[in-house]
Design a protein around this ligand. Structure first.
Ligand SMILES: [Zn+2]
Length: 316
């Protein structure tokens, strides 16, 4: 009755939507991540493809973990304390082992703002040096941005950049008997890295690979690095890829939905830019590329992506 009266008073669909969002925040956010097996002892947690929200606790990205005899290696820690707790609950359904290590593949909010939660329980937080440096630089701004999406559900979140940093462009480490190889991709966000399990042939690509949805070229993303890093990833011939966003996939799908798109941006749009063709005419010419049309967010992102790619290649 109260709700009805209220909806009449507010009188709009938008108001109802806002009300529903608040109800979710108050009730504890409906989305609960769950783990799926990639190969023995290696799991993926595939997040929703849409935007961060109080409802999904900002877990709109993929995560993963590896169960070892000495504890769990978690790949990325979520965007908040509550998000980290939800990831932990998903791990808990698979194993009783504690999360002993967290590896960050990037410095975007949903990759690392849960670090503090796991560190407080004794986990060591590992990342490449520039990933950790970017985390420290962007922390304040990211917390402010997340507040808009998560509101009160950001409470208790303390930014903790990775404490164990790895020097060089490549790093190999063995944790709990599992060999992991990290390397920069520097594609979607500066300091982005991927984690490769050479024995299992599983790739946690971080935000280098997007499937099911179109990747986003942000003002600070690098199309050139994306093309190069994707070729390097493909050369390893991964058997399974846990992408940054989208379902777990094989190399062929990653090639079609990410590798080919970076090639398109670099070769079609980039070439036009270097040859000083007018930008508008170029964007119009490639306004619709059927090969990528089926991807979610295509109509929202494709033109803006080309615009940024054009600008990048124009100045190179
Ligand atoms: Zn992402």
């Amino acid at each position: 009755m109260f709700r009805q009266t209220l909806s009449i008073l507010l009188g709009a669909f938008m108001a109802l939507t806002a009300l529903a969002a608040h109800a979710d925040a108050a009730l504890g956010a409906k989305y609960h991540p769950h783990a799926e097996k990639v190969i023995n002892n290696v799991y993926a947690i595939v997040g929703p493809l849409g935007q961060r929200s109080a409802e999904n606790d900002g877990l709109n990205a993929n995560y993963g973990f590896i169960v070892t005899r000495e504890g769990v290696i978690l790949i990325d820690s979520g965007p908040s304390r509550l998000g980290a707790q939800k990831l932990e609950a998903a791990v808990r359904k698979v194993t009783e082992q504690p999360v002993r290590w967290v590896i960050n593949t990037g410095s975007q909010d949903h990759r690392w703002l849960g670090n503090d939660y796991f560190a407080a329980q004794g986990a060591e937080v590992v990342a490449m040096q520039r990933t950790a440096a970017t985390q420290a630089e962007d922390a304040t701004q990211q917390m402010q941005g997340l507040e808009r999406f998560l509101g009160a559900r950001l409470a208790g979140t303390k930014p903790l950049p990775a404490t164990k940093t790895l020097a060089g462009d490549h790093a190999t480490l063995t944790l709990g008997g599992i060999k992991l190889e990290l390397a920069y991709t520097d594609t979607h966000y500066p300091g982005d890295a991927r984690v490769w399990l050479p024995k299992q042939r599983v790739m946690f690509s971080g935000d280098l690979v997007y499937v099911d949805r179109l990747l986003a070229v942000l003002p600070w993303s690098s199309v050139k690095n994306g093309q190069k890093a994707f070729k390097a990833l493909a050369a390893l011939k991964p058997m399974r890829i846990v992408p940054g966003h989208g379902r777990v996939c094989d190399l062929a799908q990653a090639q079609r939905e990410t590798g080919d798109y970076y090639d398109f941006l670099a070769e079609k749009v980039g070439t036009a830019a270097r040859e000083m063709e007018p930008m508008d005419a170029t964007l119009d010419r490639y306004a619709d590329v059927p090969a990528f049309r089926h991807l979610k967010n295509y109509s929202d992102l494709h033109r803006a992506n080309m615009n940024r790619a054009f600008t990048q290649f124009e100045s190179q």
